[in-house]
Design a protein around this ligand. Structure first.
Ligand SMILES: [Fe+2]
Ligand SMILES: [Fe+2]
Length: 138
């Protein structure tokens, strides 16, 4: 998603909320599968969840960095520190996701991966609120 929707608070916030709700629900399902010992299905659900993070949240971050953030820096140079912090949040999401993928085939790392899915949700939640506050005038 790019263009005018990202520059408008309500539209942008709905993108955040929809994506967050989806990955939160998918994470809950995933945990239940592992709790019930359905490990094969759990692994498949993880693959779908990782793809969802990439297609919906990381690609949203990429387009912000290419468009909205650049425009902001040009228009309000005094905001470049804030933009750097928000970009760092995106980088944390990318790093945590890369770690999950690196550990995906390791059976003994399932618990660690489940903790990392929670970390993604927490970082993303705070990031979205800050973005709405600092860039969209919430
Ligand atoms: Fe963002
Ligand atoms: Fe955003």
């Amino acid at each position: 998603m790019s263009g005018p929707a990202l520059r408008q608070l309500n539209a942008h916030r709905s993108i955040h909320e929809a994506a967050y709700g989806q990955v939160k629900d998918m994470t809950d399902v995933l945990k239940r599968l592992y709790q019930e010992g359905r490990n094969e299905e759990g692994k498949q659900a993880e693959e779908i969840l990782i793809e969802h993070w990439r297609d919906h949240i990381i690609s949203h971050a990429d387009s912000e960095e290419e468009g909205l953030y650049q425009d902001f820096k040009k228009k309000y140079p005094e905001m470049s520190e804030t933009i750097a912090q928000l970009t760092r949040d995106h980088d944390l999401l990318r790093k945590i996701l890369a770690q999950i993928e690196a550990d995906l085939e390791k059976e003994d790392k399932t618990k660690d991966r489940l903790a990392m899915y929670d970390s993604l949700l927490i970082v993303n939640w705070h990031h979205s609120r800050d973005e709405e506050r600092y860039l969209l005038g919430e």
